[in-house]
Design a protein around this ligand. Structure first.
Ligand code: NAI
Ligand code: MG
Length: 368
C-alpha cells in the first residue's frame, strides 16, 4: 500500500485547534486501512519562536523539503509583537514559501448550497459554484526591478513598479493550470491584458503554446478586467482561471466573497517538481490567520483547514475519491445545519471546533 508523508505544522493561535480536527480525519483514513499516512508534526511561527527563538528551524525546513505535502495552520499574533522583524512568526511561513519554491497559488471558491445565503451574490448565481484560481506567486509587478521612488530634478517624485514575466515562469504556471483542469471539469480561462501590456502578449502566446500539450482541456483567453466582471455576473461559467500575481491577488479576493466566510476558504501553494522523485513540492493552508481574538476557546471553524487537507489529497496524493469524500462529508455536515459562530445566522445555534470535526467524521462513516 502506498504511504503518503504529511508534515503538519499547526503554528499558533487557532492553528493547533483546526489542525487537530484534520488529525481526526487522518486517523479515520488510516483506520479504514485503504490509505496510509505517515504524519510528522513540528513547530512553526510563534510556537517555534517560543521553543527555539526562530520561527522555523533548519531541521523543520528539512522535513518540509522531504515531505510529500505540508499542511500549515496559522501563525502570528500580538503576543509576538515585540520580537525582531526577521524572526517574527510570519517569517516562518515566508521562509517555507521561498525555500519550497512555491510559485503557484491555488484558491478554490466552492459555494456549499447550505451556505449560499452567506454569499455577496444571490443564491442562483453561486449555488453549486466550484472554481479555482491559479495565481502566479513569485513573479510579476510585486517583484520586478526597477522598483523605486525617485525625486526628479524639478522636485517631483516618480514611483516605478515593473511587471516582468519570462517564458519559463508563464509556462510552468500554465502547466499547473492545465494539469488541474484535467482532474476537474477540463476548462481553463487564462486572464491577462494583452491589449495594453507586453507581458499580457507574451502570457497569451505562451499559454496557447503549452495548451498544445493538453488537447483534452478547453482553453479560453479572457481580458483580466472582463474576468472580474464575469466572476460577479456569472461565476459558474469558470472551472480553472490562471492569471498573474497582481490580477490573481485581486480576482481571488473577489472569488472569496462569492462563497462567504474566511473560516471556509482553503488554499494550496505548489512548487517545482523534484527532478529525482518527480514529486511536486506543496503547502496547503487555510486562507485565514491565527485569529487571536478567538484562539484557545474551541470556537474556530476547522472547515478551511479540512478543505486544505482535501486539496492535499487531490493535488499532492492523487487521492481524488478520498478528496471528493471529504468535500461531500463537509457539504452534508453544513446541510445538516452544523455551524460554528462565524457561519451561523444571527441567533441560530452554534457548535465548537471539535464538534464540527466529529460531525465530519460521523458523516464519513455514514458515506462509506
Ligand atoms: P485572521 O484571519 O486571523 O482573523 C480575521 C477575523 O476572522 C477574526 O475576527 C477571526 O476571529 C476570524 N476568523 C479567522 N479564521 C477563523 C476561523 N477559522 N473560524 C472562525 N473565525 C475565524 O486575520 P487577522 O486578525 O488580520 O490576523 C491575526 C493574526 O494572524 C496576525 O498576526 C496576522 O499577521 C496573522 N495572519 C497569519 C496568516 C497565516 O498564518 N497564513 C494569514 C493572515 C494573517
Ligand atoms: Mg491579497
Amino acid at each position: 500500500m502506498t504511504s503518503y508523508n504529511l508534515l503538519i505544522l499547526p503554528g499558533d493561535g487557532i492553528g493547533p485547534e483546526v489542525a487537530g480536527e484534520v488529525e481526526k480525519l487522518v486517523a479515520w483514513f488510516s483506520n479504514r486501512g485503504t490509505v496510509r499516512f505517515e504524519v510528522e508534526k513540528d513547530l512553526v511561527g510563534g510556537a517555534a519562536y517560543d521553543a527555539s527563538g526562530l520561527p522555523i528551524t533548519d531541521e523543520t525546513m528539512q522535513r518540509a523539503l522531504s515531505a510529500d505535502a505540508v499542511l500549515f495552520g496559522a501563525v502570528g499574533g500580538p503576543k509576538w509583537d515585540g520580537v525582531a522583524y526577521d524572526v517574527r512568526p510570519e517569517a516562518g511561513l515566508l521562509r517555507l514559501r521561498k525555500d519550497l519554491g512555491l510559485f503557484a497559488n491555488l484558491r478554490p471558491a466552492i459555494c456549499y448550497p447550505a451556505l449560499a445565503e452567506a454569499s455577496a451574490l444571490k443564491r442562483e448565481y453561486v449555488d453549486g459554484l466550484n472554481l479555482v484560481i491559479v495565481r502566479e506567486l513569485t513573479g510579476g509587478v510585486y517583484f520586478g526591478e526597477p522598483k523605486e521612488v525617485v525625486t526628479l530634478e524639478n522636485g517631483e517624485k516618480r514611483a516605478v513598479d515593473t511587471q516582468i514575466y519570462t517564458t519559463h515562469e508563464i509556462e510552468r504556471i500554465a502547466r499547473v493550470a492545465f494539469e488541474l483542469a484535467r482532474r476537474r471539469q477540463g476548462r481553463v480561462a487564462s486572464a491577462e491584458k494583452r491589449n495594453v501590456m507586453k507581458t499580457g502578449v507574451l502570457w497569451h502566446q505562451v499559454v496557447s503554446e503549452v495548451h498544445k500539450d493538453y488537447p483534452d482541456v478547453a482553453l479560453e483567453h479572457i481580458l483580466a478586467d472582463n474576468c472580474g466582471m464575469q466572476l460577479v455576473r456569472n461565476p459558474k461559467q469558470f472551472d480553472v482561471i490562471v492569471t498573474d500575481n497582481l490580477f490573481g491577488d485581486l480576482l481571488s479576493d473577489v472569488a472569496a466573497m462569492l462563497t462567504g466566510s474566511l473560516g471556509m476558504l482553503p488554499s494550496a501553494s505548489l512548487g517545482a517538481e523534484d527532478l529525482v522523485t518527480g514529486k511536486r513540492r506543496a503547502l496547503y493552508e487555510p486562507v485565514h490567520g491565527s485569529a487571536p481574538d478567538i484562539a484557545g476557546q474551541g470556537l474556530a471553524n476547522p472547515l478551511a483547514m479540512i478543505g486544505s487537507f482535501a486539496m492535499a489529497l487531490r493535488y499532492s496524493f492523487g487521492l481524488v475519491q478520498e478528496a471528493d469524500l471529504v468535500e461531500k462529508a463537509v457539504a452534508n455536515v453544513l446541510a445538516a445545519g452544523v455551524r460554528t459562530k462565524d457561519i451561523a445566522a444571527p441567533g441560530a445555534p452554534t457548535v465548537g471546533t471539535a464538534e464540527v470535526g466529529d460531525a465530519v467524521i460521523r458523516e464519513l462513516d455514514a458515506l462509506t
